[in-house]
Design a protein around this ligand. Sequence first.
Ligand SMILES: [Zn+2]
Ligand SMILES: [Zn+2]
Length: 315
Amino acid sequence: MFVAPQRGGKPDDQALASRFGDVSSGPHNWCPFCAGNERRTPADVGRVPADASLPWRARIVPNTYPITTGQPVAEAGGEDREAGGRHEVVIESPRHHGSILAIEADAWRDVWSLCRERLAIIADEDRHAWATIFKNSGRKAGSSLEHVHSQLVAVDIVPPVIRGELAALANDTAVFPRLIAAARAGGRIVSERGGLVALVPPAPRQPYETWIVSEQPDPHLHAAAAEQGAALADLTRDFVGRLERLAPGSHFNWWLHQAPFAWSAADARTSAGWHWHLEILPRLSEFAGFELGTGCHITTVSAEDSAQRLRDAAG
Ligand SMILES: [Zn+2]
Ligand SMILES: [Zn+2]
């Protein structure tokens, strides 16, 4: 559990609008992520283009309301300790867009290459156990700010979900190839590009849940070939377009699952078959008592139908 009381002060769009202007005034008056308001965020730790004399198209800044600063992490059966790491915001456009679909395809590829560069720097810092990039798009997905952005977190623990995936890999070194093969055999492939496969998992938690999986074993996104970074940009944009056609205005989350950075000798053996992947979870219905209490999910659209509808919704 992360205890982060400073995040209680995190403003939303309404609060920012009333502090810096009024709600009816344009977002450039109050949105901290809009071009011209850079003074309302910490200085950037990465930007596109790198030349600071040119206008930025995407930038990464430390999160003003981080989950990783100086607050205890309670681990099951363990001692409370400080949560070290990094928590940063990727501002994906200088303009106040609410959807990544408003970002040109080339500019969206630049966003992902900036993220890969930043992940490489964080990996080289050699003091984090694991890092991810995640996106909350829309209020149902937990977003408090409309302006397109995602978040980058590096932590000094390997989170339970990743430990679970490592345990699955320890039991079956071919778990990822089997996942892809089963999706091919079961008609659950949505699209493929540049060595990446977009597939609907066998037990989706929501209609249209889709994972983008590296076809070859590959632990980390930042170290993957440049074409894979571009393919990931294209596949995420393509997916959001399909989702928008199927369920307009849908909110969604995505998160990157990489292998841990620092492996023990034992972990290195079991992580050898890791394939980095991005899990995309549309938020079409709420998670309720049954889901939260059992970990079982009820979805109104089968995995096969989800994949078929997503294929039919090609742009
Ligand atoms: Zn904005
Ligand atoms: Zn995963």
